[in-house]
Design a protein around this ligand. Structure first.
Ligand SMILES: *Cc1c(COP(=O)(O)O)cnc(C)c1O
Length: 473
């Protein structure tokens, strides 16, 4: 636009009333409430004012003042406001249990069961046989006992809650012995010392950071000892001159002194990972076999179910926990319970669990299957002839995430994207701003799409998103 003083440009901005009367706003008037429409127009005009004051007037475009162009911008803003804030993203990071992206995806069995239960009345706390009040936990108790060999079971809202209520029920006001090598913090501010103090138990650290021996626990046992606790160091691994005491020795020592032993497994898996050429990860069944009175773990990490905290163990311990009034505050929701029962049912046959549960499926994908997936995606992107981008298949490593297999870099295949038009950081941002957002990995000079965590439905969206980015001005 020719060199006008800024004041003149500001005067050319249309008024809200004029815009509302303009034909290009007619359709928007029908679709959106007057209040929302006016608010969106005001925001757009504020935006325009800001744009004008930020740049030389010769760079201001005539088009910006036209009602048609303003209505287009307003419509985009209104659509965005109407859309759900909580929505699908494409996980191209390769991190299977990605806490920020919602951890585990549910199996179709779990999803269907949640949908069924959500839309109807259920026997949540009703014993149909007896015609009277039933118990919420009954829907998964027998199943959990059956799959894991535990005497009894209880489920709460999440594993942080499971640890909290177990400590509070069994060791409040008394000392709980924990190795200094297991004094962990996991994401989202779960720290062993903090959980301990909320529970009312008193933390007593034993041993050193790198080495703890059985005699360290033994020497620390005193009159006020209430429990021996073992914690799975989920998200890190000590290497070198290190030693921790095996669970069975801790349990045996605790029992010699008439104390309970507990293990917080964190991820808690039911499948032996050695059979998949992955480093061993302690199993729930093994922790119970070692004699632990209480074992806790998450529902949405390696188990591959909904967010939940699962508490297994000896009848006496579980019953004390179930009676704790805190249980009401940590109560598991009915939709979660539905998803959890359906997930656990798949574990009745481990082969079924491996083939039906997305988290396990993604971890267990063999390299040749990943390679085929990467080659197929690369071909689709290349065939779409997206100007200015190069796609290549490369090898890389993925992480399991969610505090599982912390040291394992599992080999994977990625589609590496480079562009003549933009740097990798700009491309990463464009992908993140797309619909749905694509969360990718950034490596020097390229963006990586790790196919391990891509779903079948994602390829079509990726082709569309890349071509949209290529044609953006
Ligand atoms: C993940 C984890 C927790 C917390 O579990 P949430 O289900 O996220 O509450 C507690 N302890 C350990 C060792 C963990 O890895």
């Amino acid at each position: 636009m020719k060199n006008l003083v800024k004041g003149e440009l500001f005067r050319r901005i249309p008024k809200v009333d004029e815009l509302l009367k303009h034909p290009s706003f007619l359709l928007l008037q029908k679709r959106y409430s007057r209040r929302h429409l006016i608010a969106a127009i005001r925001e757009e005009l504020d935006d325009l004012r800001e744009r004008i004051s930020d740049i030389p007037s010769t760079n201001v475009l005539m088009e910006w003042f036209q009602p048609e162009s303003i209505s287009r911008e307003v419509e985009v803003a209104l659509k965005q406001k109407r859309a759900y804030h909580f929505r699908r993203v494409i996980n191209a990071t390769g991190v299977v249990i990605h806490t920020n992206l919602g951890r585990s995806l549910l199996s179709s069995e779990a999803i269907e069961q949640i949908v069924r239960v959500a839309g109807s009345y259920t026997n949540l706390e009703y014993d149909v046989l007896k015609g009277k009040r039933g118990i919420r936990y009954s829907h998964v108790q027998a199943l959990l006992r059956d799959i894991t060999g535990a005497e009894d079971a209880l489920v709460v809202n999440n594993n942080a809650g499971a640890v909290l209520i177990a400590l509070n029920s069994l060791a409040s006001g008394r000392e709980v012995l924990v190795s200094r090598g297991e004094m962990i913090e996991i994401g989202g501010s779960f720290r062993i010392p903090d959980v301990m103090s909320w529970s009312g138990a008193i933390l007593k650290e034993v041993g050193t950071t790198n080495k703890t021996h059985l005699f360290d626990y033994e020497r620390a046992i005193g009159e006020n000892t209430g429990m021996l606790l073992k914690v799975h160091t989920s998200n890190f691994r000590l290497i070198g001159f290190v030693d921790q005491v095996p669970g069975e020795e801790i349990a045996r020592l605790a029992h010699q002194f008439g104390l309970p032993a507990m293990e917080d497994l964190g991820s808690g898996n039911l499948i032996d990972f050695k059979t998949m050429n992955l480093p061993p990860e302690p199993t729930v069944q093994n922790a119970l076999k070692q004699g632990m009175d209480v074992v806790t773990f998450s529902g949405d990490k390696l188990l591959g179910g909904p967010q939940a905290g699962i508490i297994l163990g000896k009848r006496v311990a579980i019953s004390a926990i179930q009676k704790n009034p805190l249980n009401r505050a940590l109560r598991i929701d009915k939709l979660t319970l539905a998803g959890l029962e359906a997930t656990l049912k798949l574990y009745e046959d481990p082969a079924e669990a491996l083939s039906r549960i997305p988290t396990l499926q993604m971890i267990a994908q063999p390299p040749d299957a990943l390679k085929r997936k990467a080659v197929a995606l690369k071909r689709r992107l290349a065939r779409a002839a997206i100007p200015g981008f190069q796609f290549r298949v490369v090898t890389a490593t993925s992480r399991v995430g969610g505090g599982a297999l912390p040291e394992a870099d599992i080999p994977t295949f990625c589609v590496a994207v480079t562009s003549e038009k933009m740097s990798e950081t700009v491309l990463e941002e464009r992908l993140r701003m797309a619909t749905p957002p694509v969360i990718a990995r950034l490596e020097e000079r390229k963006v990586l799409l790790d196919v391990r965590t891509l779903l079948d439905q994602d390829a079509k969206d990726l082709v569309r998103i890349f071509s949209e980015i290529a044609h953006e001005k």
